[in-house]
Design a protein around this ligand. Sequence first.
Ligand code: KIV
Length: 300
Amino acid sequence: MTTRPRQPAPGTPGPGKLPLPEIAEMKHRGDRIVMVTAYDAPSGRLADDAGVDLILVGDSAAMVMLGHDSTVPATVDEMIILTRAVNRGARRPLVIADLPFGSYQVSDEQALETSVRFVKEGAADAVKLEGAGPMLSRVRAVTAAGIPVMGHIGLTPQTATMLGGFKAQGRTAAKASRLYEDALALQAAGCFSIVLEAVPAPVAEHITEALEIPTIGIGAGAACDGQVLVWHDLLGLYEGRAPRFVKQYAELAPTIRDAVAQYASDVRDGAFPEEKHTYAISDEELALFEAAIAEARARI
Ligand code: KIV
C-alpha cells in the first residue's frame, strides 16, 4: 500500500497540483485536456497515476455508485464524502466537485454556501454546475468568492425531464444558436471551462472556436479542447445500456465477478486461506497459551 504526503489545507493547491491557468494554456497550445470522473481514493489515485489532468467527482455517482436511476437524488453530504476521498488519492489533477441538484438552483447565496462546503469539507479545487440563464448569476457569485466554476450545457442530466429525456441537444439551428449564446454567457460570467454534453460535433466545434476557455466534450465530437468519460463506463464496470458517446477501454465487470466467484468457491472448499496468508506464533508461546486456556477451562 502506498502512502502520500499530507495534503495542504482545503483551498490551497498542494505541491505538484496542476495550476488552474494551465488549463487555459493547454487550449491555446492545442494540447488536449483529459478529464475522467472518479468517486473514491483508489480511483483518484489511479487516474492521477495515469496522467489525467482533471478529475470530476460527478453527480453520476448517484447512478454508478449509489444505484439510483438518475443523478437527481445525489446529496451534498454524499458528494462531499466522495470528493474528499478522491482528493486523498489524487495529487496532480484538479479535482472538480459536481454541485448536486437542489444545492445551487435556489439562489446565488445557496450556490455559494454549497460551493464553500465543497472547498472546505471536500477539498475541491473547483465546482461544476449545470445550465445557463438563471445560473449565470450563480457562476458570478461563486467565482467572485474565489472558487473556480466549470459550466455544463447541452444534455444536462439534472434537468433531463425538461429537455425531453436523455437525448442530444442543439440539433436545430435555433437550439444550436442558444447553446452558442449560453457558452459565451458562461464564459463572460467567469467559468474557467465548459462541459458540452451530447451536442452535434459541428456545433461543439463552433462553440469551441468562439471561446477563450476550454470546452470538455462528452458526446460532442473531437474538436472540443478536452474529453471526459465516466469511470464506470470507461472501465466496463457499469452494466446498464451505455450512451453512444461511451468508448469502453476495459471490461472489468466480468473480471471482478469471476474473481469474487473464485474467492467464494475457495472459501467453501477450504482452498483459501493457505499457510502463506496466516500469521505464526512460536511453539513456546503457543504451548503457554494452550496451558492457560486449559487451566481456565478446568476452573469452570
Ligand atoms: O456527473 C457526471 O459524471 C458528469 C459528466 C458526465 C460530465 O456531469
